[in-house]
Design a binder for this molecule. Structure first.
Ligand code: DC
Length: 232
């Protein structure tokens, strides 16, 4: 039995910030699996349009794309430097759905993620398929969700806390973008976005950020037996 807490959910469900806060509170390591897909996408963009999964993986390995544990953080490196803000650039965000739909890329990412799960660590891993495909035997699986409009509102405020125009048209345009990404993530053949049959589903629409973090901390307490001595 591994010591992994799987936090899955659609785009802008808050899973990454929630997983990070949970890990911080308990001294566990947070792994953002989407970052590795974004890293593979930056490599694919450097290669150009016709790159295959094999080309991307070969280049990724040559350039040392991968997670490193730095103190209490798990940081994504490429060419010996942390990738940082590059991962959020528009060309990466625009290209990542196509790259993450390549089965060869998914297998490579999944192997990298599993390699992080050594017996001495407890990981909080967020993504789309962590509980279904990457760590199907994780002792705790959470699926965070909320209606697209709720997620759209949160994403807009997160992007620009001073945003004044949160009118229905702005929110519904962002919600449409999220629906399209959900649709792309949920309809791909390789490991689509979906809750694991044994995941605990949390609708975050009426929860504050702290409440959703606390809810997961409670679930971890209940699952502590399976997470090993450092849990709880
Ligand atoms: O969570 P994010 O927005 O950083 O994820 C980027 C993309 O990677 C998103 O389009 C879905 C994909 N992804 C995935 O397919 N499986 C994961 N476990 C994590 C992310």
């Amino acid at each position: 039995m591994n010591r992994v807490i799987a936090v899955d959910g659609p785009a802008a469900s808050g899973k990454s910030s929630t997983a990070a806060a949970v890990a911080r509170r308990l001294g566990f390591l947070h792994v953002d699996s989407g970052a590795l897909y974004r890293g593979a996408t930056t490599v694919a963009l450097d290669l150009g349009e016709s790159a295959s999964a094999d080309d991307i993986i070969t280049a990724a390995e040559l350039r040392g794309l991968g997670f490193r544990v730095v103190g209490d953080a798990v940081v994504l490196y490429l060419d010996d430097s942390p990738l940082g803000e590059r991962l959020r650039d528009a060309d990466v965000t625009g290209g990542v759905s196509a790259v993450s739909a390549l089965p060869g890329v998914r297998r490579w990412v999944n192997r990298s993620l599993r390699a992080l799960a050594t017996p001495d660590r407890t990981l909080v891993v967020d993504g789309r398929d962590i509980g279904t495909a990457v760590f199907p035997d994780a002792p705790l699986k959470v699926f965070l969700d909320a209606a697209p409009e709720v997620r759209a509102r949160r994403r807009l405020i997160q992007r620009d806390p001073a945003l004044e125009d949160l009118g229905p048209a702005t929110v519904s345009a962002e919600a449409d973008r999220l629906r399209r990404r959900d649709e792309a993530d949920a309809s791909r053949t390789a490991d689509p976005l979906k809750p694991a049959h044994d995941a605990i589903r949390i609708d975050t629409a009426n929860l504050t950020f702290e409440e959703q973090v606390d809810m997961i901390l409670e679930l971890i307490k209940d699952a502590a037996l399976h997470l090993g001595p450092s849990a709880g």
